[in-house]
Design a protein. Structure first.
Length: 200
């Protein structure tokens, strides 16, 4: 498996894969200053032969664009060994679940998502493709997170809430009302401060 993206996020993905016993052949990154990350070589292009590739890029929109650019690659999911993931949860290709994450019954996680360190996703939540649940964020039961949404570090979302596509929830926010598409919401309780202009 090759990790596409050799940033700090890529390093955490690498250690997540290592914990799961997955073999890493190297990184792929266009930064000419990067020759190696630890003992792994950094290549400039995806090698031939249709290898497994994981999009180890933290930016949600960039992951979407890369997956569209390379639609035929084999994208594995990566689950850290130190997690609690319900056997009744489902997750899509290219998704990473990092150390300390809790995923409960009947959660559905889309493609190329990030469930970051110590986040918690309770029963019946639906996480859309390319979403990012940041470290220590907590989703109560039956929360719906739209495509590309970013739930900030330490944010809390009460049960039954819908977070729109490409919305951003600020660090430490407490979300007690539905959040529309492209909205940026911060504070306790969460307050809408603007809408992002994102071309997906």
């Amino acid at each position: 498996m090759y990790l596409f993206g050799a940033s700090g996020h890529g390093k955490v993905v690498a250690e997540t894969a290592e914990s799961a016993g997955m073999k890493i052949s190297g990184f792929i990154d266009d930064n000419p200053a990067l020759i190696n990350v630890w003992d792994y070589p950094v290549l400039r292009e995806i090698p031939p032969g249709n290898p497994e590739v994981f999009l180890s890029v933290g930016n949600n929109l960039t992951r979407k664009k890369l997956s569209a650019r390379f639609p035929d690659l084999n994208y594995p999911a990566i689950i850290h060994s130190a997690t609690s993931v319900s056997r009744r949860a489902s997750l899509g290709e290219g998704t990473v679940i990092m150390s300390g994450v809790s995923v409960n019954a009947d959660v559905r996680i889309g493609r190329h998502c990030i469930l970051n360190t110590n986040s918690s996703v309770d029963h019946d939540c639906i996480i859309g493709d390319f979403a990012h649940i940041s470290p220590n964020a907590a989703l109560a039961g039956d929360v719906k997170v739209g495509e590309g949404a970013h739930i900030g570090i330490g944010a809390s979302v009460i049960q039954g809430i819908s977070i729109g596509k490409w919305a951003v929830i600020g660090a430490g926010a407490v979300i007690i009302r539905d959040v529309p598409d492209f909205a940026v919401v911060v504070g306790n309780p969460g307050k809408l401060i603007k809408f992002n202009e994102i071309r997906t």
